[in-house]
Design a protein around this ligand. Structure first.
Ligand code: ADP
Ligand code: MG
Length: 344
């Protein structure tokens, strides 16, 4: 008995030592690493098939963008522009200038429903802060009067920006995470990463397929159920999927739900009969701006805008659980969760 125990100990010991030796001497192949951090006012997950250093560089890039474009962070480009509203021109970084220009393009496209000067209304409602409120009508009228994308002056040659009236303010909340996703994806590709998944608070970007070569599987959130419950799952490579919906941030008062996508015409949360809009596009800044824009435009005008766009697919879900797909998605989405039905 005793002798057998000794032999077994030697045999097992040999294998453990061999395995350890192998692990120590083998060159380190890239592996899947990931981390989740709270940044840009949301939870951000980065999963890459690559090195720890590259992962850190990716988070650092997000930090930089937040430091430039946050509305509330003292010293950011946007903070400075808002401080100077009605006063001086402010020079901003190339990143910020590009995002402001893009946001203004979407403002024009949507006739001002998407409007990056939404700040006075955002601050008045305080949705997503610890202290949201239903403002009185007078305050809404006053804030509405300060929301107007046509009163943003741009000087491209010197990258300067000016808001023409005191009290105005830029808010890039509907587009910034899309830009951050594009920017991190570019950084990762430059470093040779061929497989990655970025999730910036529901704003998803995938590089390549999964490390095993199969496509990434991205669930589209069921807008009526708990987080993580899906209407359908898309199989994708090298693209971005961004969803906007009233379920993202809201508060409930007297049994009514007030959410964070505001209609600059009414001064109230947009009520267009849509429960969510998902956009699939290789450009995440486009997907982000467009998901908010289509949500604000509503079903008919939203679908019309999507028709005009290139390299964009979309899935719209109405409050009565009808699902609308652009033609490129129809081949892919064959089934939906219980209770949802296709509209053709
Ligand atoms: P999320 O940030 O939850 O992904 P969106 O991309 O749809 O959602 O952006 C919503 C954010 O955009 C709001 O929190 C606010 O900062 C800003 N916003 C609200 N209403 C508008 C609007 N009409 N036009 C542009 N931005 C808006
Ligand atoms: Mg958006």
């Amino acid at each position: 008995m005793r002798q057998r125990t000794v032999i077994w100990t030697i045999v097992i010991g040999f294998f453990v030592a061999a395995a350890l030796g192998l692990a120590l001497t083998r060159p380190r192949a890239p592996e899947t690493i990931s981390d989740t951090r709270v940044m840009m006012d949301t939870s951000i997950e980065i999963r890459i098939f690559g090195s720890k250093r590259t992962l850190e560089a990716a988070f650092k890039r997000i930090q930089e963008i937040d430091e430039l474009m946050s509305r509330t962070r003292k010293g950011s480009d946007i903070y400075k522009v808002n401080q100077q509203a009605g006063g001086e021109w402010v020079k901003v970084s190339a990143d910020t200038f590009h995002v402001i220009e893009t946001a203004l393009r979407f403002a024009e496209t949507t006739g001002g429903l998407f409007d990056p000067t939404i700040t006075p209304l955002v601050e008045l409602w305080g949705i997503g802060t610890g202290n949201p409120q239903i403002p009185d009508q007078e305050a809404i009228e006053q804030a509405k009067g300060l929301v107007d994308y046509r009163r943003v002056d741009l000087a491209p040659s010197s990258r300067r920006v000016r808001l023409t009236q005191p009290g105005m303010g830029l808010d890039l909340g509907a587009i910034g995470k899309g830009y951050a996703a594009d920017s991190v994806a570019q950084l990762l590709r430059e470093r040779g990463v061929e497989s990655a998944l970025l999730n910036l608070g529901g704003n998803v970007y995938v590089i390549g397929g999964k490390p095993d070569g199969t496509p990434w599987r991205i669930g589209i959130q069921d807008p009526f159920s708990d987080r993580g419950t899906h209407v359908t799952i898309l199989e994708v490579r090298d693209t971005s999927i961004v969803t906007s919906g009233p379920y993202e941030r809201f508060f409930i008062r007297n049994g009514k739900r007030y959410h964070h996508i505001l209609n600059p015409e009414t001064g109230y949360p947009a009520d267009t009969g849509l429960a969510s809009v998902s956009i699939i596009s290789p450009s995440s800044i486009t997907a982000d701006a467009l998901s908010t824009s289509v949500f604000l435009l509503g079903l008919e005008k939203g679908l019309a805008l999507l028709e005009e766009m290139e390299d964009v697919e979309a899935m719209l879900i109405t409050n009565d659980r009808k699902v609308y797909l652009t033609s490129g998605l129809k081949q892919q989405v064959k089934s939906l969760a219980k209770g949802f039905e296709f509209h053709d």
